[in-house]
Design a protein around this ligand. Structure first.
Ligand code: FES
Length: 194
């Protein structure tokens, strides 16, 4: 049994499980348009701690994640799998962008919408700009990796895809309350310097 925190919520997980699988099971806010095939980058997560408990980056990540993103600790949730018991802490890109946007719409005390707009825009713009720059080459590599059928229709199981999309949307609309899964207590994390 391993322990993973996604978007400030601790969840039980098994060794070998991918972050996307854990997030989907718990209806955590995460994107997965290509259904975990390493094609859309919507499952991107920032690893806040415990990166050494994950597998090394895969070919799909080297193709789609700009070097600067990887240096900042970003992984694809559908490629990053647990190889140790954790703890691992991650923030999904979907949730990170949502929080940054909320800070623009409703600035926390002591901040302004204008200053909060900058990190949101730079997050969106940097990803898009770097992705656009390498897009044609990456597209060909991905086509070669997945094959034409999976490339055109990457969804593995439409029922599961729809079910998880609905569950995540329901949870978002209900204010982020856990659904039916068990949410575990956070483990005791080592303090800095220990
Ligand atoms: S779900 Fe599309 S890249 Fe991970």
């Amino acid at each position: 049994m391993a322990q993973v925190e996604i978007n400030d919520e601790w969840m039980e997980a098994q060794l070998g499980e991918r972050l996307l699988t854990i997030a989907r099971r718990n209806a955590a806010h995460i994107g997965f348009y290509c259904d975990g095939n390493g094609l859309c980058t919507m499952c991107e997560c920032r690893i806040l701690s415990g990166a050494d408990q994950l597998n090394p980056p895969t070919e799909a990540e080297f193709v789609w994640l700009p070097k600067s993103r990887m240096a900042d600790g970003y992984r694809l949730g559908c490629q990053a799998a647990l190889r140790g018991p954790g703890p691992v802490r991650a923030l999904t890109r979907a949730e990170e962008l949502r929080r940054q946007l909320l800070a623009v719409i409703n600035p926390p005390p002591g901040t302004s919408a204008a200053e909060n707009l900058r990190p949101f825009l730079s997050n969106v713009a940097m990803v898009n700009w770097e992705h656009i720059g390498t897009f044609p080459f990456n597209l060909l590599r991905t086509l070669n990796r997945l094959g034409p059928v999976r490339f055109i229709w990457p969804v593995n199981d439409l029922n599961l895809f729809v079910r998880d999309t609905v569950r995540i949307t329901q949870r978002m609309l209900s204010g982020g309350q856990p659904l039916t899964v068990k949410v575990v207590e956070p483990p005791t994390l080592p303090r800095e310097g220990e």
